[in-house]
Write a protein that binds this ligand. Structure first.
Ligand code: ZN
Length: 257
């Protein structure tokens, strides 16, 4: 900067900005705080709603647009031990969630992650080369020792009626916290595409508190459900996709089966 007066002025403004930032009121506790997908409690403001949601403003956030992934021959298929589970559906307000009986797990580099639940987003949260799918399922696995998560994302495309969802779509609980229990069994494997190629990257929960503890595995190939079935989920959870986040230098790797 050639003009010393301008330099002083700019520095002064910068200092003022910094000191104002330091004097901001601390964020409130997150108890009772609701996040939304639009408006003043929407994704752009999650990080400022309350103190535990600040990670939502971080640099390792999800979802992302999956593009420019690097083929990585050192990656392997994900060993999945998925057993049958009875049906436990809960309406979580912003999503419909299926809780799994204990006993299903995956191995990532020898590290065991237990399958806890899967839930749905309409439309998809991840984009593939800039394109959304109408729905995405997230299978949430947890390392019960470290607390780290491995989430498998499966895109759902409009097409043939899904034979597993057919058992449930008429029974999805309508109000928040309502549940539906059914002895009918299914396995997470029923929702996995036969081609297990995937994209993987480091990211976060896509809902507050947006904790950056997730290794993502987004399946390259989609499964299908009918337009009416997808609509049944969308009618309850409405639009619940967080917009894609900046990659911030992260690498996306591709495992090709
Ligand atoms: Zn999700």
């Amino acid at each position: 900067m050639k003009n010393p007066l301008l330099y002083l002025l700019t520095s002064g403004i910068l200092l003022l900005t910094v000191s104002c930032g330091e004097n901001e009121a601390p964020l409130p506790s997150c108890t009772g705080v609701q996040f939304e997908y639009e408006g003043s409690d929407g994704p752009d403001y999650w990080s400022t709603l309350c103190v535990d949601y600040t990670p939502c403003g971080g640099k390792v956030q999800s979802p992302i647009n999956i593009t420019g992934a690097l083929d990585d021959a050192s990656l392997m298929g994900i060993p999945q031990t998925y057993i049958s589970t009875a049906t436990h559906i809960v309406n979580k307000g912003h999503t419909i969630q299926f809780n799994f009986d204990a006993g299903s797990s995956i191995l990532i580099n020898g590290e065991k992650f237990d399958l806890l639940q899967c839930h749905t987003h309409t439309r998809s949260e991840h984009e593939l080369n800039g394109v959304h799918h109408p729905m995405e399922m997230h299978f949430v696995h947890k390392n019960l020792i470290t607390g780290n998560l491995a989430v498998i994302g499966v895109f759902v495309e409009e097409g043939a009626e899904n034979p597993i969802l057919k058992n449930f779509v008429d029974h999805l609980p309508v109000t928040k916290d309502a549940t539906y229990e059914d002895p009918i069994t299914f396995s997470a494997l029923d929702f996995m595409p036969s081609d297990k190629s995937y994209f993987t990257y480091s990211g976060s929960l896509t809902t507050p508190p947006c904790s950056e503890i997730v290794t993502w595995f987004v399946m390259e190939h989609h499964i299908e459900a009918s337009a009416a079935q997808i609509h049944d989920f969308e009618a309850l959870e409405h639009v619940n996709n967080r917009p894609v986040q900046a990659l911030e230098g992260r690498m996306i790797k591709h495992f090709k089966m």
